[in-house]
Ligand binder design. Structure first.
Ligand SMILES: [Zn+2]
Length: 76
């Protein structure tokens, strides 16, 4: 997604904006780790509508690693 190609439909129609996608009143993620003060970067594909958000606060990401369950990596 960050390379400008949509991972879902393959179109080169990805746009980005800081705090761009939704989350009126702030991004909230379960366990109350994240609040409206957390910065994130949004990517939206204007072909299929898929969007991603990337949290840019490394401290918040560390808290997620401590409190969330990791998804076991699997080979495609
Ligand atoms: Zn797409």
């Amino acid at each position: 997604m960050k390379n400008g190609i949509c991972p879902k439909c393959g179109a080169a129609s990805v746009y980005t904006k800081k705090r761009g996608a939704g989350f009126e009143g702030g991004l909230y993620i379960h366990t109350s780790i994240l609040t409206s003060g957390t910065d994130y970067l949004s990517y939206v594909c204007i072909t299929c509508g898929y969007f991603e958000n990337y949290i840019s606060d490394e401290d918040k990401l560390r808290q997620v690693a401590e409190k969330w369950d990791q998804v076991p990596p699997t080979k495609p």
